[in-house]
Design a protein around this ligand. Structure first.
Ligand SMILES: Nc1ncnc2c1ncn2[C@@H]1O[C@H](COP(=O)(O)OP(=O)(O)OP(=O)(O)O)[C@@H](O)[C@H]1O
Ligand SMILES: [Mg+2]
Length: 415
């Protein structure tokens, strides 16, 4: 009989906190039960700079999530982002047998362990280890070494590390809010998990998440992660540029950006200069908005391109660029991205066909969905007792709302 678990995840973004309660069954099907958004004060560059205020914001978001889902939440999984994150490569070598023999799971486990044993600054903690390539007896590009006969196994891995102090601060903030920190995953890896298909990963793809204060990116090729990084500019900088350029306060600039933001001058140049926002600012035209926003968005995308640096490999990303994050919502962003990278680009904000996602308001939910998938995979693997608890005792019993919504989803699936 199918077993369902509930997973709670919260995306700590620089502009807002977003929580999700999702039901996951053991066939790996997801149903979003409830969502909630809260303010993100006391939180900067992926760190709680004001613990008291940050904890109050967490409590506000999760309380709203409890109400929306009619559940009692005691813990959740959350994202890690910010300039304290670093990525690096590691190579592990494991001699097999005295003579050649089939590679076993224990050899792979040993390779993973050795890949982690790097000399690195004492304040850094390894957050993720992802195999990039296996080499068996100098044969490169081995996809699955398990069962292959060899005498030397090599694993090239991609590691992401984060500051132990920042990670401890995050845990404290969650704890002070009255909840248990059940697990943490790297922000951009969570978004990639939610949005990229297996085909994207195989063909080669770059995901760019233009957030509030920063833009995170990750590149996959041949099914494996190649590199990831961050640029300290995002949608908030577009707003600030607009406020500065139009000599108005940021609130008005934010409204103009969301309603009429264009980041590509060529999209509006052919339109005769038309007066917008007539009552307030007769001189604000789409051309002017684009003239202010385009250089900043171009700078962000160019910095991402330079951050990756490997232009030869970039040109070979057959699935092109996937844009996400609120900062990528201005008109013209996709076209500008194609011009900067000379690659096809598409925008993506939610995984397709995710039951319950149709109730989500506009916003950046991909990270919270990816965190949910991460926590769900972990519970299935059973490798982390904390996470297992998330599916069982951590959440209180569900009430009517959840049951009735599930029923609706099941009926829709049958139809
Ligand atoms: N419709 C829209 N048009 C233009 N910009 C938008 C729109 N909606 C949101 N934004 C911008 O998106 C940015 C926030 O993006 P997002 O919600 O992805 O960030 P975040 O997850 O809170 O932050 P981060 O990922 O950097 O920690 C803000 O600068 C906001 O102005
Ligand atoms: Mg974000």
């Amino acid at each position: 009989m199918s077993q369902e678990r509930l997973i709670v995840a919260c995306d700590f973004g620089t502009t807002s906190f977003r929580g999700l309660v999702t039901e996951v069954n053991d066939a790996g099907e997801y149903y979003i039960v409830a969502h909630a958004t809260g303010p993100a004060h006391g939180f900067q560059d992926g760190d709680f700079t004001d613990l008291g205020t940050g904890s109050r914001c967490i409590a506000e978001t999760i309380k709203a999530l409890e109400e929306a889902s009619e559940t009692f939440i005691t813990g959740f999984t959350y994202n890690i982002s910010g300039s304290h994150l670093h990525s690096l490569r590691s190579t592990a070598q494991v001699p097999i047998g005295p003579g050649p023999r089939p590679i076993r799971e224990a050899d792979l486990e040993e390779a993973r362990l050795r890949a982690r044993s790097l000399a690195m600054p004492f304040d850094q903690k390894i957050l993720s280890v992802t195999p990039v390539e296996y080499v068996v007896d100098r044969v490169r590009g081995v996809v699955d070494p398990l069962g292959r006969v060899g005498s030397l196994l090599e694993m090239h891995a991609h590691l992401v590390t984060g500051s132990r102090s920042v990670l401890a601060n995050m845990e404290n903030a969650v704890d002070n809010a009255g909840y248990k920190a059940l697990g943490e995953d790297v922000d951009i890896l969570a978004a990639a998990r939610a949005l990229l298909t297996a085909e994207d990963l195989a063909k080669g793809v770059m995901l760019i998440d233009v957030g509030g204060d920063h833009t995170n990116w990750v590149v996959y090729a041949g099914g494996a992660i190649q590199a990831n990084g961050s640029v300290p500019y995002g949608g908030s900088h577009l707003t600030r540029d607009l406020a500065h350029g139009l000599r108005m306060d940021e609130e008005d600039a934010e409204r103009i950006k969301r309603e009429n933001g264009v980041v590509l001058r060529s999209l509006v140049d052919h339109v005769p200069v038309r007066v917008l926002f007539e009552e307030e600012r007769p001189e604000v035209t789409p051309g002017l908005v684009a003239a202010i926003l385009e250089p900043r968005m171009e700078e962000i995308l160019t910095l991402v391109k330079e951050g990756y640096g490997d232009l030869g490999r970039l040109a070979k990303l057959q699935a092109g660029i996937v844009l996400t994050g609120g900062g990528s919502r201005c008109r013209g962003t996709r076209r500008l991205c194609e011009e900067v990278f000379d690659l096809p680009a598409r925008r993506s904000y939610l995984p397709p066909d995710l039951p319950g996602a149709e109730d989500l308001p506009d916003g950046q939910w991909a990270t919270a969905i990816g965190l949910t998938m991460w926590a769900a995979a972990d519970t299935v693997a059973g490798s982390r007792p904390d996470a297992r608890a998330a599916g069982g005792g951590v959440l209180g019993r569900l009430k009517g709302l959840f049951r009735s919504r599930r029923k609706v989803a099941a009926l829709e699936a049958e139809a």
